[in-house]
Design a protein around this ligand. Structure first.
Ligand code: NAD
Length: 419
């Protein structure tokens, strides 16, 4: 994504997608006002000590966008590009994502503006603990339940949970999800977002008559989402012809051996110098001929500039907000189907919900049970979206927002506005 593209408000783009659906629902002005304002935005300083003994200060954020359907829910991002605008947009999307798959959660998101690549494990731990300590009063299993996002791992969640538990003087595993299995994590959580991407993609491919064994897939981003999506596409017989990460992109017409790419990342920390494909640029990767294209990195990847050159038949948004409203219009005109982020990557939050339920029960499910429930949740709601697409003649994105907005509005109306 270009710097210029990121300069445009991410939250502004998010509202544009929302407005399209709000118009179709003929949502009144007051409700639009309520739904386009975050409930709470928190900004704070995170002073921390470098291993060298020097002090630095980073900025931390937590946005609790909406609580109508339950506690706020959403990840924590550690990245140099984190801003209040971005975190607000991500919290806004979480509200609709939880609603579109019918989870009893509102929306939230957090972040720290930092570059984890420049931090040692001890420095990362100190930042995480200070971040968690700043939020002790406003998070909790019935208030706001964070989770991993870009550059935050199960280990980061473990430090968050431990810090919170120390402050409240009891073990509260349900304060975050995405934890390691040994301390209240759920089986299947690590792969859940990638698994959800492939579940939604394969269902849509079957609608479009694309047989997995004759379909090619390109994936941008080879982190938590992209890596497991690539593995599961390959397991289902699809040919993964292109992959990339921040260090570069690789193309192999015969199909990339995903297992080798995963091993390369495990050993070297990135895809840099991966020998399993021809080196191309990240921009070229997005314009490669393929059946299915999965953006699984950051926002604003598809813009008015590159959307006319995208050759995929189906785009499955593993990342949040990869398509600008202009690019979305171009895809629609060109007949490219897009499974929107709030549906396509909802697998992660769905299994996060299962983790929260298991923590509260203190009883943990088998992986097969988690995966079955995940597939059922995603497909039940994806099929509802298709019904809206067919009856209202709208895109899957508009249908997803319509279904989600209707569910949140219903909850708000039942609760009433405490004005
Ligand atoms: P991650 O940090 O594990 O991986 C991100 C990947 O993107 C890395 O491989 C990184 O190198 C790559 N990347 C970054 N900038 C890039 C660029 N300019 N070009 C190509 N690749 C680039 O993060 P993740 O958890 O996989 O999240 C990826 C996206 O999916 C984000 O938009 C996130 O919000 C979204 N998401 C994640 C989850 C989850 O459960 N992890 C759930 C829902 C949505």
């Amino acid at each position: 994504m270009t710097t210029a593209a990121r300069d445009v408000s991410v939250f502004g783009d998010a509202i544009a997608h929302f407005n399209e659906a709000a118009d179709l629902l003929e949502l009144d002005f007051g409700m639009r006002q309520i739904l386009t304002h975050p409930s709470r935005q928190i900004i704070f300083s995170i002073p921390f000590q470098r291993d060298s003994g020097e002090f630095e200060v980073y900025t931390g954020y937590r946005v609790q966008y909406n609580f109508a359907r339950g506690p706020a829910k959403g990840g924590i991002r550690f990245h140099p590009g984190v801003t209040l605008d971005e975190v607000t947009a991500l919290a806004f999307w979480m509200t609709w994502k939880c609603a579109v798959v019918d989870l009893p959660f509102g929306g939230g998101k957090g972040g720290v503006t930092c570059d984890p690549k420049t931090l040692s494990s001890n420095e990362l731990e100190r930042i995480t603990r200070r971040y968690a300590a700043e939020l002790v009063e406003v998070v909790g299993p019935d208030k706001d339940v964070p989770a991993p996002d870009v550059n935050t791992t199960p280990q980061v969640m473990a430090w968050f949970m431990d810090t919170y538990s120390m402050h409240v003087r009891q073990n509260v595993t349900g304060v975050v999800t995405g934890k390691p299995l040994e301390i209240g994590g759920s089986r299947g959580r690590v792969e859940a977002t990638g698994r959800g991407v492939t579940i939604a993609a394969l269902d849509q491919m079957s609608e479009m008559g694309l047989a997995p064994e004759r379909s090619s897939v390109v994936i941008q981003g080879f982190g938590n989402v992209g890596m497991y999506a690539a593995k599961l596409f390959a397991d289902r017989g699809c040919k993964v012809v292109g992959i990339s990460d921040v260090t570069g992109a690789y193309y192999n017409e015969e199909g990339i051996y995903v297992g080798a790419a995963m091993e390369h990342v495990a050993k070297h920390g990135s895809l840099e110098a991966f020998a399993g494909g021809e080196r191309i640029t990240n921009a070229e990767l997005l314009e490669t001929s393929c059946d299915v294209l999965v953006p699984a990195a950051l926002e604003k990847v598809f813009t008015a500039e590159n959307a006319p050159r995208v050759k995929a038949k189906l785009i499955v948004e593993g990342a949040n907000g990869p398509t600008t409203p202009e690019a979305d219009r171009i895809f629609k005109e060109r007949g490219i189907i897009v499974i929107p982020d709030i549906m396509a990557n909802a697998g992660g939050v769905t299994v996060s919900y299962f983790e929260w339920v298991q923590d509260r029960m203190g009883y943990f499910w088998k992986e097969s049970e988690v995966n079955e429930r995940l597939e059922d949740t995603l497909l039940t709601n994806l099929h509802q979206l298709r019904q809206i697409v067919n009856t209202r003649n709208v895109s899957l994105r508009a249908a997803a927002y319509m279904l989600a907005i209707e569910r949140v509005v219903k909850a708000l109306k039942l609760r009433g506005i405490y004005a």
